[in-house]
Ligand binder design. Structure first.
Ligand code: NI
Length: 187
């Protein structure tokens, strides 16, 4: 396995949309190896998720995992989830605001509103249909990563840019405060 280079904001790859993957393409040895590298890279940089476009590949693949993450100490754990061709539908109409960060927007945080509960249809890494419901932080991570596969970065989703914060200032001024208006999806 090898670590992949993470593209940062300004790199045009982050603005590309990814085409739907065919099962035959997904099962190629090179793509399976890429998925292993994507997982390893996410873990190395303490991401809670990583999308293929962030590592310069136009595959419609994202990975998510939360295991006692130092970048998100309050986040509940989420088992390793590999999403190929994820398709999201909100469950209900409830949305919540919370802080997000991104390995492609280093050292920053900002408040983003997301659906609280979603249904996800996707393929797993073997091309089998995957159907799951996600809520809270997991739902937020799925929406964030799926956005990457459509060329969207979290700052595009911010309704109020005044919350855009350097990480070192986030720790000093914001981390222990409630997000304005709504409770925290991190619980
Ligand atoms: Ni991101």
């Amino acid at each position: 396995m090898s670590l992949l280079k993470v593209a940062v904001l300004g790199n045009p790859i982050l603005r590309r949309t990814t085409p739907e993957m065919k099962k035959s393409e997904l099962l190629r040895e090179s793509v399976q190896r890429f998925i292993d590298d994507l997982i390893e890279t996410m873990r190395e940089y303490d991401g809670v998720g990583l999308a293929a476009t962030q590592v310069h590949q136009l595959y419609r693949i994202a990975v998510i995992e939360v295991v006692a993450n130092p970048r998100y100490p309050q986040a509940p754990s989420v088992p390793l989830t590999i999403l190929v061709n994820p398709c999201l539908t909100p469950i209900g109409t409830e949305r919540a605001k919370d802080w997000e960060g991104c390995l492609s927007v280093p050292e920053m945080r900002g408040v983003v509103s997301r659906w609280t509960k979603i249904h996800v249809e996707a393929m797993d890494r073997k091309g089998n249909p995957l159907s799951l419901d996600a809520s809270g932080f997991f739902a937020r991570a799925v929406q964030h990563e799926t956005d990457h596969l459509d060329g969207i970065v979290y700052v595009d989703r911010m309704e109020d840019m005044s919350t855009l914060t350097y990480l070192r200032k986030y720790g000093r001024y914001w981390r222990d405060k409630q997000v304005p208006d709504e409770g925290s999806a991190l619980g």
